[in-house]
Design a binder for this molecule. Structure first.
Ligand SMILES: [Zn+2]
Length: 169
């Protein structure tokens, strides 16, 4: 299972609205395995398909961290069914390095999604797990944590990235 390169801002693929994932295909199953591997290698607690250059509605999550036993979740075509009151978390993103943004998200959610065999499942998530699912679902819409930052911070970040690229960093 290869570790895939993770795209970073301002790669235009990160801005696409993703298309429906087709469960059960070899391509999608292989991609799910590679994404889990890539997430652990990063290391991160979640990864969405566009972050590895694929424009499809699939994400992987594991919030157990390096000490716990791995518990990867693979969600295809997720849809939020219910949301609770909101909470705010400081979030980072593998595709938006060196930026943390405080974002309001629902503290509890119920999500309907397909597994790799195409079965529909319900998942209830709260706290970090719920935040991670909502963060990864944003990627499927082409939305990034940068979009939640103040205009000033957005502008500073854009300039910093432009400068780093110009210097070949
Ligand atoms: Zn992200």
């Amino acid at each position: 299972m290869p570790v895939l390169p993770i795209l970073t801002y301002p790669d235009p693929i990160l801005r696409l609205k993703c298309e429906e994932a087709v469960p059960g295909t070899d391509d999608v199953c292989r991609l799910a395995e590679d994404m889990v591997e890539t997430m652990y290698a990063a290391p991160g607690i979640g990864l969405a398909a566009p972050q590895v250059g694929r424009n499809i509605r699939m994400l992987v999550i594991d919030i157990t961290g390096p000490v716990g036993a791995p518990e990867p979740h693979v969600l295809l075509n997720p849809v939020i069914q219910e949301k609770s009151e909101s909470t705010s978390f400081e979030e980072g993103c593998l595709s938006v390095p060196e930026l943390n943004v405080e974002i309001d998200r629902a503290r509890k959610i119920r999500v309907r999604y397909q597994d790799l065999d195409g079965r529909w499942n319900d998942l209830s998530a709260e706290d970090l797990f719920a935040v991670a699912v909502q963060h990864e679902m944003d990627h499927l819409e082409g939305r990034l944590i940068l979009d939640y930052a103040s205009p000033v911070r957005r502008d500073l970040y854009r300039r910093k990235i432009r400068k780093q690229r110009a210097q070949g960093v």
